[in-house]
Design a protein around this ligand. Sequence first.
Ligand SMILES: [Zn+2]
Length: 139
Amino acid sequence: MAKNKIPIIEGLFTWPSDKPQLIASKCKKCGTVTFPKAAFCANPDCEKKRDNVEIVNLSNTGTVWTYTTQIYAPPAPFKKEPFEPYGIAMVDTSEGLRVLGILTTTDNVKLGGKVELTAGKLYEDDENEYVTWMWKPVS
Ligand SMILES: [Zn+2]
């Protein structure tokens, strides 16, 4: 039987979904977008009122600003099992954010290349797979 796919943390990306989107907040006064979502505007020059902030889903594509390969296991609480080296990318979204994420593969990744958001497994137990957002190169 297929295991349940559980987001590693609720509220980071839309789930379940075939095309997950990161969940951010946007200030209705100044337009500042923040990921992960925040209760107040992140712009230091803007008012700090909860009512000014609305939840928005980011577009599910982006452009690779830079990337590298993680060759050793990161410290706890981060967990990716079984561990094997994986790519990570800083990706520019059309909303002007730069979001770090694991790459589904480093094949066909290039600076300025397009990626789309997906979800992939970090680890599993007897019942569940725990997933997070990942960037998937688009050729
Ligand atoms: Zn603001």
